[in-house]
Design a protein around this ligand. Structure first.
Ligand SMILES: Nc1nc2c(ncn2[C@@H]2O[C@H](COP(=O)(O)OP(=O)(O)O)[C@@H](O)[C@H]2O)c(=O)[nH]1
Ligand SMILES: [Mg+2]
Length: 395
């Protein structure tokens, strides 16, 4: 039986409408690449433009002594650090290879591996085989890793169960909470790092894509930089509902700690993802993704950040919620440090699944310039750079 023409036309229109709606739902957010609208932080992804090295003097391996065992080398006071489990060895080796190939075989900074359990002989042997520079294996002191005595474990279990029901990853895994706390406020207190100032944090399973031909630690030191990041991301608000209210209490008690040139506008942005800012009770959830960090431990060891970490630690949110070291470091820096002391290492091609920082540069290979994520299109909206560039800048 023939279908009446108006009905046929209506059916076709419906199909077209459905296809259009599906396309719209899967599309990246319109602030990336298209321009107009209230969100003008990132009209064009800067990673699509040609990216070169930072301006100014850079220390290079062919002009200075960076030999691995030189006692008078040009290396500054810095180390590559990695918290890792023995069972992650196979995932760690490619991370080491990438960083050695793209950068550290030229500069030979020491690697220091940290673990809450002793490293196996196999771990030591196989990591040493990848690195010309000095390598150290360090056990974390039990009292740095242990759950603090003021944490009520029954309360932890109830809270973890509730967070797990909400779908929050790792909520009921106590070691994940311990790891986040250690990275937030403990790593720089480890005796093996006491005499070090700068660190580059590396995780298993990460990738580096670009040749970096200058000493990044000297770069940090020469330009008086405190912290460098590659990826700027939104967090899961359900992991940190009371982090911002607790931070506000701390600030009210210590108003003089707030840096004059702070990053408050980025931390409290409520335009890019208003739902996130609301659910996190005033914090945008935007943070420097801390699986990559190049930083100055003197900032974390300083009075202001130390007081901030202690305040958070007493409040218990590392266990009763799932506060991550990324938002904690980021809020600490955003409030207590001068915005000009945070640097976006746009030239360091990097990936931690599922996100990338991939610049457009002849020094890079095996990543797509400007590609931010790999996987489902909804991941596009996790990019917080539009807010960061708008409120803080692209330096
Ligand atoms: N030694 C040790 N390392 C851990 C533990 N949990 C996590 N890590 C390390 O901490 C970092 C972050 O953990 P990861 O599982 O990558 O968390 P994600 O990136 O948030 O999914 C990685 O370098 C892990 O190897 C732990 O219980 N013991
Ligand atoms: Mg990881």
């Amino acid at each position: 039986m023939a279908v009446a023409r108006p009905i046929r036309m209506l059916s076709i229109a419906c199909v077209v409408l459905v296809i259009f709606l599906v396309f719209q739902m899967n599309r990246g957010p319109s602030y990336v690449g298209t321009g107009s609208g209230p969100y003008n932080g990132m009209q064009v992804d800067p990673l699509k433009e040609i990216t070169g090295e930072p301006e100014g003097y850079l220390w290079r391996a062919d002009e200075h002594d960076y030999a691995p065992d030189s006692t008078d080398s040009a290396r500054t006071n810095a180390a590559i650090i990695s918290l890792v489990r023995n069972e992650e060895l196979d995932d760690l080796i490619p991370s080491i290879r990438d960083l050695e190939r793209t950068w550290n075989h030229k500069f030979n900074y020491p690697w220091i591996f940290f673990n809450d359990k002793p490293f196996t002989e196999e771990f030591k042997k196989r990591t040493r085989a990848e690195i010309k520079a000095r390598v150290q294996f360090e056990l974390i002191p039990a009292d740095h890793w242990a759950v603090p005595k003021w944490i009520d474990m029954d309360l932890f279990k109830d809270a973890a169960e509730e967070l797990k029901e909400k779908g929050l990853q790792y909520a009921d895994k106590i070691s994940y909470h311990q790891m986040c706390r250690w990275n937030s406020g403990m790593f720089y207190k480890h005796p093996a790092l006491e005499t070090y100032r700068y660190y580059w944090r590396v995780e298993p399973k990460v990738q580096f894509f670009c040749d970096v031909d200058y000493d990044v630690f000297r770069f940090m030191e020469d330009r008086n930089q405190t912290y460098g990041f590659t990826i700027n991301l939104f967090d899961a608000p359900e992991s940190i509902p009371s982090l911002w209210p607790t931070t506000q209490e701390f600030l009210a008690a210590n108003p003089s700690y707030l840096s004059e040139n702070n990053m408050m506008a980025w931390l409290t942005d409520d335009q890019l993802r208003p739902d996130h800012t609301r659910e996190a009770n005033g914090y945008s959830t935007c943070h420097f993704w801390s699986n990559f960090e190049i930083g100055d431990m003197d900032f974390f060891r300083g009075d202001k950040y130390s007081a901030y970490f202690d305040y958070l630690d007493k409040a218990g949110g590392f266990f009763y919620e799932r506060w991550g070291d990324a938002p904690v470091h980021s809020i600490g820096l955003g409030l207590l440090e001068d915005a000009s002391k945070v640097h976006w290492f746009r030239d360091i091609g990097y990936r931690h699944i599922p996100y990338f920082n991939c610049p457009n540069s002849p020094k890079c290979s095996a990543c797509t310039p400007g590609k931010f994520y790999d996987g489902e299109p909804f991941l596009a909206k996790e990019d917080c750079r539009p807010s960061y560039f708008k409120h803080v800048g692209t330096h």
